[in-house]
Design a protein around this ligand. Structure first.
Ligand SMILES: NCCC[C@H](NC(=O)CCC(=O)O)C(=O)O
Length: 453
């Protein structure tokens, strides 16, 4: 049965503490921009501009809220600091400023890492399933999943349509980075599709290949556990290991080397271990669903270093509502990298691919931490009934865009550097802003400072 359905994009609203702390080993942009000053206001406005543009193009666009940072609760519960919130900040800073920085990142903005989402066409019980990612590979991200889980539960609250799982245990064996390593192929968004899980290493099998230099954040065992929790059938799931040499070259998530949607996969040569076998597996499982096609970018056309620098594959591959054509939403850096620009104009010029349009967005503030257009969004395929059951205040329209822009203008600073995080004034600014935001988005209390347990 084909049901009317769409793919919604839920972007993370960039938080008021957006900064460059160099926290992500293996993410080249994060480490190379460490300690430079940031501009949270511009970062949030750049993100909102992309959300509004997608709304204007006819896509359903949602928003997920930033988190409370600095996260005083982590400084208390994990590190053992005590006293007033101001005391906790001061003693943590005095002990080691890195403890404060690790609890101050606006990293929840990259909602591709918020969760793995399986649409209702694929799941055992016919509901949309969500598993927040434990993000245990990086300390600053491992503290995200509880509030992310609350935000998702508040956004998709109706138990008749939505099932929320707890994050997998945050241990090295079960490292999970969410939708950045998960793609869904389909014909109609409401019908059965094929879910594609890309992992970096096997955790329970010695001797298998894995990267040597940088961490492989996602394990096979985490991906396959999620598939089971979501009730996916074996003939609708494909697993692939990411090429470990690419991880060692700075490709820390699969969404830095491939992007898929509908019946199309756009990917780099040798993105996976045994790429031809992976493509065959997808093609076989897509039989009877849609004609699977792939666009492979050869190494000879674009060197890997340009792929990583430009974030070519961290683009949004979108199926245009009015004519079903595919469009790529890319970061400006892709236009500024000559090999990538030449490749893209050649691709579009030939007209022989399903990708017919490209658009560039200035997301520099996020890009400098390794977060492009695809990192900033969580895709949720929804039927008409599921969309109606979604919190309508979380959806972008002209009014919401205006309200959120005014909210950012009112509360955000335009310059932040490490020293600013020791000042309790910033924490109180953040809490005031977020308290207002939960009302604006009608989410209810989701933050620890709002006394949620
Ligand atoms: N999907 C994109 C994620 C980018 C993210 N960067 C960061 O957390 C950098 C934060 C800093 O270094 O300040 C990460 O590596 O997980």
């Amino acid at each position: 049965m084909t049901r009317y359905a769409i793919e919604a994009n839920f972007d993370g609203l960039v938080g008021p503490t957006h900064n460059y702390a160099g926290l992500s080993f293996g993410n080249v942009a994060s480490t190379s921009n460490a300690s430079t000053h940031s501009d949270p206001k511009s970062a949030a406005l750049q993100g909102l501009t992309k959300m509004k543009a997608l709304h204007d193009m006819g896509f359903v666009q949602g928003v997920l809220p930033p988190h409370e940072r600095p996260h005083v609760k982590t400084l208390r519960d994990v590190f053992g600091f005590t006293g007033s919130d101001g005391d906790v900040l001061a003693s943590a800073w005095k002990t080691n400023p890195n403890l404060v920085l690790a609890t101050s990142s606006a990293s929840p903005m990259w909602t591709a890492n918020a969760a793995t989402v399986s649409p209702s066409g694929d799941t055992g019980d016919g509901k949309v399933h969500f598993t927040p990612a434990n993000l245990c590979a990086m300390f600053h991200r491992s503290i995200e999943h509880s509030v992310t889980g609350r935000a998702l539960a508040a956004t998709f609250a109706d138990a008749n349509h939505f099932t929320h799982h707890a994050a997998l245990p945050g241990t090295d064996h079960m490292g999970d980075e969410g939708a950045a390593n998960h793609t869904r192929f389909c014909g109609d968004y409401g019908a059965r599709g094929v879910e594609f899980f890309v992992y970096g290493r096997h955790a329970f099998e010695a001797g298998k290949t894995r990267p040597g230099r940088y961490p492989a954040r996602q394990t096979y065992e985490a991906s396959s556990a999620i598939a089971r929790h979501h009730g996916l059938s074996d003939n609708s799931v494909v697993y692939a290991q990411q090429n470990p040499d690419l991880i060692d070259a700075g490709v820390f998530h699969n969404d830095v080397i491939s992007v898929g949607n509908g019946n199309v996969l756009f990917h780099y040569e040798d993105a996976f271990v045994d790429t031809p076998a992976v493509l065959d597996d997808i093609k076989r499982k897509m039989a009877g669903i849609a004609d699977f096609t792939h666009i492979e970018v050869p190494k000879s056309a674009i060197p890997l270093s340009d792929v990583v620098k430009s974030y070519l594959f961290n683009s949004q591959l979108l199926r245009l509502p009015e004519n079903g054509q595919m469009m790529l939403i890319l970061p400006t850096e892709a236009k500024e990298t000559i090999s990538v620009r030449d490749y893209l104009y050649d691709l579009i010029g030939k007209g022989k691919t399903p990708i017919k349009q490209i658009k560039f967005f200035d997301l520099r503030q996020s890009m400098r931490n390794g977060g492009g257009p695809a990192c900033l969004r969580l895709r949720v395929a929804l039927t008409e009934a599921e969309l109606a059951a979604t919190n309508q205040h979380s959806l972008i329209n002209d009014q919401r865009f205006t309200e959120l822009t005014a909210w950012v203008e009112k509360h955000y600073r335009d310059r932040l550097s490490a020293e600013d995080f020791r000042d309790p004034l910033l924490l109180f600014e953040v809490r005031t802003a977020l308290d207002e935001l939960t009302q604006l988005l009608d989410l209810g209390p989701i933050y620890d400072f709002q006394h949620v347990n």
